[in-house]
Structures are given as structure tokens and as C-alpha cells.
Design a binder for this molecule. Structure first.
Ligand code: M6R
Length: 614
């Protein structure tokens, strides 16, 4: 969702702002803009509907000089995507300019009041209300900008990360956050601002993650100043980024998504490094060591997540229940937070989120904590909001995920859930030594098996062409592979815009079978496991109705290969680890179908990478 970039220092701001916006393009957006203060203290705002490249074209003949600036990519919430609604927004006098990520829920009331007091608005956005309110307070109360910002923020209900320029204070940027991410980079007499660290990483590795209800003042020649909303000065923790430029670039791949699919063997090695030790037959998660009591006493676990992370949670449920004998529920965070759930103090909540910024998951975490539950986070983005709001957790360590369609984060999340289940089960004594040893061994060999799947890339690319005609797809799987079917369907619809449904294979007879005809591709995950014979019957039923079958089978399966139209063989593994293998060809299938259809794989329409509004 909306991307924020800012710079104040001695270099020209505009090229850095544009580069920063490009780095944030993956978040998803529909318009872009920038505000700069030049040497004469003139504040200019340039903005346009469309891509960052459209903004560059628009700015070609404009004065883009200045070493202080803010820039933004907007993902429309209030008001259609248009130049008028794009950020930055001026205040009425044009002394101030603001950019904002989030939603102001009481903007209509505030706007009505400001209009009745004679303020004129130019856009339909909730954001313009913030800057007009700040100016209104500044003028009416005759206070400095920081005070006006703080007082205005007191009146806002909702979520925001903002950055603000005042042309009368040309050596200053003010920024603030509540429930929307904001990172400040600290350089040598210069500051950088970003919605995440990607626009900052090439300039400095020293960052401050701003906390909720805090306001930061970045002034040239001064230290970073952070105050809370009561104006008490805070001592922000300066962290060192564990990320490099190579990780956020395409590295020769045509798309980030393909790069991230191919990175999975290495990512899972990183995820397991120092945690899975086959020689010692041991899985160690520091969070489990440090919070053993809270985790082992769990009477119930509730996993909260959205989208792909929710699918990982469904796999985690089966593994934890099977190994640890603790009941696990998996909830959409968006539903959990609003349905007055029963949360007991003995409950453990596991929040799963790649970005660590998903608004609904963050709200679910806060609700769980308010109700006395112990909260464990499984996230990728280091230092993001969810890991900071949870009691403890484990990072998945798969590196920045830029493609909107989540791939390596999914397999990383499943890997951490397997490690968590193993570590807990061992402590609880609910797993046999044989099963524990075989899962530990097999888990450590998964990266090699994924490499085998990736060798099938060309074949999947070729056969994906035969599927581009389809308007609908059905994905089927059972047990551990039912969430794999859901995830495969989500990947396809997200990036190719083909309607796809995931179902537990046995449910097919209860409705979806009516859809099957010769135009309907059905992807079936059918490894040689406990459910094989049942799934085989489903495949026969699809064949009888002339559905096109794309089957994922275990190596050497010569039964399904005679029935299915296309077959992909997978190396055998333990049933609980099958999702880590079976999801790979489904990621590749979605990717290649989308490429064949000429879709924007990394930035699919209407989608945002980090869903920071509910
Ligand atoms: O960052 P999160 O894992 O919390 O994001 C949750 C979903 O928004 C995300 O998984 C989404 O469904 C992806 N686009 C899936 O590819």
C-alpha cells in the first residue's frame, strides 16, 4: 500500500526520492507525487496518476532542485486515483505539504468542521484533512509546527504514517506514525524516510523504527528528535539493518516473483540455520527456550493471519495438533478482531505475517494481548510492527519479499511452524523419538528437494501455455495438501486474474463437481500418501466429466500419469512436509500462466504487498 519516501541532507533530493519510490513500487499503487523545498525556500508539489515513470515524465520541465523532499505512491482509499487526489497535499495557504499512509476514520466530521470554519479543500482524500487541520491549529493557536502536528494528531481516529514539509522551516521534515509503518534512516548529517527500509538501505544501515503515537523531527545539523504525543522526549533505539542491496534487486530474473521462487532452497537453509541440527538430532528455537513455560502450558493455540499466511497457518494447525496434541484454531485476523472471540489467559496466539504490518493481524495481536493471551509472532520483515507488538516469536529469515504474490515467505512460514511444532512436541514428550528424528532429518533435506522441483521450470512454462484459455480453475488436495490447493488457487487468481477455487478433494462432490467440463482445468495434489486412493477416485470422477487434469504426483507414480492430462512428479517426503515441495510447481504454474497472458506479475492490479489498512 502507499509508499512514503523522504530525504533531508546536502544531496539533491529528487533523484533519491524517485529511486526510493521505485523501490517501493512493489507495495502496489495507482498514483505518485513529490514535494521539494528549493534553496529559495519555495515549496513545490508535483503529482500525477499512474506510475513513478509518469511522475518523472511530468517533472521533466519542472524545478526539481532542493535537498529537502518527500514523495509518495498512493493506493486509493478515499477518492478515485487521480492527480488531484494523489499525494502530497498542500494546506490551504500552500505553506505545508503532507504525504500519508493509512486511513483517517473520522475525516468526514473533521472536514465538515473545517469547512464550516472557512477552510477550502482541493481533493476528496482523508489525507488533506490532516494537513488542513494542522494549518488551522497553527494559525488559530499561534503555535509552532511540532505542537500543531501533535495537537492535530490527538484529533485523528485511524491509522497514519505521515511526513510533512513547511516552507517556512526549510531545513526540517516532521514525521509521525500510528499503526502504519515508518522507518527513519540516519546518515552523516542527513536523514532518510521510508515506509520500509528498502529505499534507505543503499545509503545507511542505521535506522529507527518509529513507534506508535510518536512524532519525529528531522532537522539539518541536529540529532534526530522524537517526542510522544504528550511532548515527552523519547530515546529511540537505533538499529542496524540486516539487509543488502542485492536482496532487493532482481538479480537477472525477469520478475521478482521468479527470483523469489528460485531463492527458496537458499531461503529455507537460512531459515533453518542454527535451528535445525541433524547431527545432534535437534531443533532449537530461541523463543521456545526463553518462553518454554508459557508455550508448554498452552491449553489452546489460535493462529491469526491473512491470505497466504493464513494458508501457512492451516498447515501449522495440522502439524502442531499432530505432534503436540494441543488444539489449534486458525482464524482470519480480520474476522477474529471483530467477533468478540473467547480468549483466555492460558491461550497462545500465533500471528503469522510476512510483512509484519498487516493491519488486521496487528489488531488481532493487540486484542489478544489485551485479553491476557501470550502472543508469538512468525514474521519476515525484521523490526516491523507485529514482531514489536508480540511477546516473542521467530523470524522466518527468507530476506525481503518484493513480488506481491507471496512465495518464499509461505515456505518459510511453514518451515518455522514445523520447527515450532517439533521443538514444543519434544519438550512436551508428545512425539516419538523415531518420528522426531525422521522429521528433523527430512526437513533439513527439503531445500535439495525443492531444487529438484525448480528443474521443472521449463516444462511448467511450456505446459502453462495450454492453460491460458481457461476462465476458471479448480485446485484440489487433502490433509496437509488442502491448504496447498488453496494457496495454488490464490497465486493463480492474484497474478493471472483467472478465477480459481481451492477445495478439499472430498468436498468436490458436494458442489464444485457441477462446474467440471472439458474447459475446466483441475489441479490435483496427489502424492503417494495416506489419502492417495481417495484422491485417485476424485481424479477418475473428474476424468469421467472430461475435466483437464494437472496432477502433482510422487515420483514413479504410473497410475495417475495414465489418467491425467499433465503430470508433474515430486520427490517423496514425509506427509507433513509435502506442502514445502508441492507448493513450488503451483507457484511456477501461476507465474507462467500470468506471464503468458502478459500480466504485470510483480504488481498485479488492485493488490498491495503490505495491507496496512483494514
Ligand atoms: O504480510 P502478510 O503475510 O501479513 O500478508 C497477508 C496477505 O496480505 C498476503 O499473504 C497476500 O494474500 C499475498 N498477496 C498472497 O500472495
Amino acid at each position: 500500500m502507499c509508499g512514503i519516501v523522504g530525504y533531508i541532507g546536502n544531496r539533491e533530493a529528487y533523484p533519491m526520492l524517485i529511486k526510493g519510490l521505485k523501490r517501493l513500487e512493489y507495495r502496489g499503487y495507482d498514483s505518485a507525487g513529490a514535494a521539494l523545498i528549493n534553496q529559495n525556500g519555495e515549496l513545490s508539489v508535483y503529482k500525477t496518476k499512474g506510475k513513478v515513470s509518469d511522475l518523472e515524465a511530468f517533472c521533466q520541465d519542472k524545478d526539481i532542485s532542493g535537498s529537502v523532499g518527500i514523495a509518495h505512491t498512493r493506493w486509493a482509499t478515499h477518492g478515485e486515483p487521480s492527480s488531484l487526489n494523489a499525494h502530497p497535499h498542500y494546506s490551504e495557504s500552500k505553506n505545508l505539504a503532507i504525504i500519508h499512509n493509512g486511513i483517517i476514520e473520522n475525516y468526514a466530521d473533521l472536514k465538515k468542521k473545517l469547512i464550516s470554519d472557512g477552510v477550502h479543500f482541493r481533493s476528496d482524500t482523508d489525507t488533506e484533512v490532516i494537513v488542513q487541520l494542522i494549518e488551522y491549529i497553527q494559525t488559530k493557536k499561534n503555535v509552532d509546527l511540532l505542537t500543531a502536528v501533535r495537537l492535530a494528531l490527538h484529533q485523528l481516529i485511524g491509522a497514519y504514517a505521515i511526513a510533512l514539509l513547511d516552507k517556512r522551516e526549510k531545513n526540517q521534515i516532521i514525521a509521525a506514525r500510528k499503526q502504519s509503518p515508518l522507518v527513519i534512516g540516519i546518515g552523516d548529517n542527513e536523514f532518510f524516510l521510508g515506509s520500509d527500509a528498502t529505499p534507505i538501505i543503499e545509503y545507511t544501515d542505521k535506522v529507527v523504527y518509529l513507534d506508535d503515537d510518536n512524532v519525529a523531527v528531522m532537522r539539518l545539523g541536529e540529532e534526530l528528535k522524537v517526542v510522544n504525543n504528550m511532548n515527552h522526549e523519547m530515546s529511540p533505539e537505533v538499529r542496524t539493518l540486516d539487509m543488502n542491496l542485492g536482496q532487493i534487486e532482481k538479480g537477472g530474473y525477469p520478475h521478482f516473483m521468479l527470483k523469489e521462487i528460485f531463492e527458496q532452497p537458499e531461503c529455507l537453509e537460512n531459515c533453518m540455520r542454527g535451528r535445525v541440527n541433524v547431527d545432534a538430532n535437534k531443533v532449537m528455537l530461541s523463543a521456545v527456550i526463553d518462553y518454554k513455560k508459557q508455550l508448554l502450558n498452552a491449553k489452546r493455540i489460535i493462529i491469526v493471519a491473512c491470505g497466504t499466511s493464513w494458508h501457512a497457518g492451516l498447515i501449522g494447525k495440522q502439524i502442531i495438533e499432530s505432534f503436540c496434541r494441543i488444539p489449534v484454531e486458525v482464524e482470519y485476523a480480520s474476522e477474529f478482531r471483530y467477533r468478540n472471540p473467547v480468549i483466555n489467559s492460558g491461550d497462545v496466539i500465533i500471528a503469522v505475517s510476512q510483512s509484519g504490518e498487516t493491519a488486521d493481524t496487528l489488531a488481532a495481536v493487540k486484542l489478544a494481548k489485551e485479553n491476557g493471551a501470550f502472543v508469538f509472532g512468525i514474521c519476515n520483515a525484521i523490526g516491523s510492527s507485529i514482531p514489536r507488538a508480540t511477546d516473542t516469536g521467530s523470524y522466518i529469515h527468507v530476506g525481503p519479499e518484493i513480488g506481491v504474490a507471496s512465495t518464499k515467505a509461505f515456505t518459510g512460514q511453514v518451515t518455522v511452524l514445523v520447527m515450532l511444532a517439533l521443538a514444543l512436541a519434544k519438550e512436551k514428550g508428545t512425539i516419538t523419538d523415531e518420528l522426531y528424528a525422521s522429521v528433523v532429518k527430512e526437513l533439513s533435506g527439503i531445500p535439495e528437494k525443492i531444487k529438484k522441483m525448480l528443474e521443472l521450470n521449463d516444462r511448467i512454462s511450456e505446459l502453462s501455455r495450454t492453460f491460458t484459455y481457461a476462465h476458471n480453475f479448480l485446485y484440489l488436495g487433502r490433509g496437509y495438501n488442502y491448504p496447498v490447493a488453496l494457496e495454488g488457487a490464490l497465486k493463480l487468481k492474484e497474478i493471472s486474474y483467472i478465477h480459481a477455487e481451492g477445495y478439499p478433494a472430498a468436498e468436490m462432490k458436494h458442489g464444485p463437481i457441477a462446474l467440471i467440463d472439458s474447459d475446466m482445468p483441475v489441479v490435483v495434489v496427489a502424492p503417494h500418501d495416506e489419502m492417495y486412493k481417495k484422491v485417485l477416485s476424485n481424479i477418475q470422477e473428474i476424468k469421467a466429466r472430461r475435466g483437464k487434469i494437472f496432477a502433482l504426483v510422487s515420483k514413479g507414480d504410473d497410475t495417475i500419469s495414465k489418467i491425467a492430462d499433465e503430470v508433474i512428479e515430486m520427490p517423496e517426503t514425509l506427509e507433513c512436509l509435502e506442502p514445502l515441495i508441492a507448493s513450488i510447481p503451483l507457484q511456477l504454474l501461476a507465474y507462467h500462466v500470468a506471464v503468458c497472458k502478459g500480466k504485470d506479475v510483480d504488481q498485479p492490479r488492485n493488490l498491495a504487498k503490505s495491507v496496512t489498512v483494514e
